[in-house]
Design a protein around this ligand. Structure first.
Ligand SMILES: Nc1nc(=O)c2c([nH]1)NC[C@@H]1CN(c3ccc(C(=O)N[C@@H](CCC(=O)O)C(=O)O)cc3)CN21
Ligand SMILES: CC(C)C(=O)C(=O)O
Ligand SMILES: [Mg+2]
Length: 298
């Protein structure tokens, strides 16, 4: 039932259908696209069971929220493939996209193509996402031409947090806004099928969304993008780190988890776990026979 289907099946909304439909004139009336990150099999299953999830993103936020690295730049392609495969085993209908890790698309176009192919073949994803503007259009064009759909990512680029002097809102100045719009148009022209817009003033995100024919997926970009994305651990309330302004906690899984762990450890310490119904028993005659033999041997 949870075998991954490629692009068929009654409930599957293929990426082509989903994103091409956004090119039509009435797209402003469309229901926002729901994107959520996932890093493992049970989360993939949960996303698959909710028909309102349109896209599952194996984000490189994996590095921080799941693997404990201080930034996304330490994540390797192999680690991304390992987690993408796990998510893929759990998902059926939503479009599955993975972030190209830092360094996996910066050396050369051919290196980027071979790494994207590894993500598709070994990581079992259907599309890849990469951070950057006009400087990566050749890579976007090449990947698109070989049949790997590319989701672009502009605005705050976490893989460049050092160069950007931290995680800062982007496009707040006239020049910054102009560059962002130019980047977005160039990426669309190069073939990107959609675009994440991260930590950008809502006015600018709305403007860019109206200028583009491909859908924008906002995170910290206000309500007027074509869709929204949030990191799983942020929305579930399990991420203990900094809570960005754009994060809303939709559940308190950390609270539930901590209570569960406390209940378990207390029950072990006070001897109330396990009880009789949680234990196995031996047939009384067998047990008596066993004790008898033990006594004879003593
Ligand atoms: N848990 C988590 N959530 C994310 O959204 C996320 C990650 N991790 N890791 C990878 C990147 C890093 N991201 C981040 C991290 C921090 C801010 C942040 O602190 N933003 C400030 C804005 C400061 C300003 O005004 O310029 C904020 O307070 O919102 C934003 C995005 C987004 N991604
Ligand atoms: C937050 C999304 C857009 C992302 O890039 C990630 O999770 O790595
Ligand atoms: Mg990312």
């Amino acid at each position: 039932m949870h075998e991954r289907t490629t692009n068929q099946g009654p409930e599957y909304i293929g990426w082509w259908v989903l994103f091409q439909s956004w090119s039509c004139a009435e797209r402003a009336k469309k229901i926002p696209i729901t994107v959520v990150t996932a890093y493992d099999y049970p989360t993939g299953l949960a996303c698959s069971m909710n028909p309102q999830v349109d896209v599952v993103l194996v984000g490189d936020s994996l590095a921080q929220v799941c693997l404990g690295y201080p930034s996304t730049t330490e994540l390797t392609l192999q680690e991304m493939i390992h987690h993408s495969r796990a998510v893929a085993r759990g998902t059926s209908h939503p479009l599955l996209v993975a972030d190209m890790p830092f360094g996996s698309y910066h050396i050369s176009t051919s290196d980027a193509v071979s790494n994207a192919i590894k993500l598709v073949q070994d990581g079992r994803v259907e599309a890849v996402k990469m951070e950057g503007g006009a400087e990566i259009v050749d890579i976007v064009r090449k990947l698109t031409s070989v049949g790997i759909p590319v989701m672009a990512h502009v605005g705050l680029l976490p893989q460049r947090y050092i160069a950007l002097s931290g995680y800062r809102v982007q496009g707040r100045t006239v020049e910054g806004a102009q560059k962002l719009l130019r980047d977005a148009l160039a990426l669309q022209e190069a073939g990107a099928f959609s675009m994440v817009v991260e930590a950008v003033p809502q006015e600018l995100a709305k403007y860019i969304t109206e200028k583009l024919s491909i859908p924008t997926i906002g995170i910290g970009a206000g309500p007027s993008t074509s869709g929204q994305v949030l990191v799983w651990d942020d929305l579930m309330g399990t991420w203990p780190g900094h809570k960005a302004k754009f994060v809303r906690r939709f559940a308190d899984l950390k609270g539930a988890r901590d209570i569960g762990l406390q209940n378990y450890t207390s029950a072990v310490k006070n001897g109330s776990f396990p009880n009789d119904s949680e234990s196995y028993s031996m047939d009384e005659a067998e047990w008596n026979k066993f004790l008898e033999l033990e006594n004879q041997n003593a």
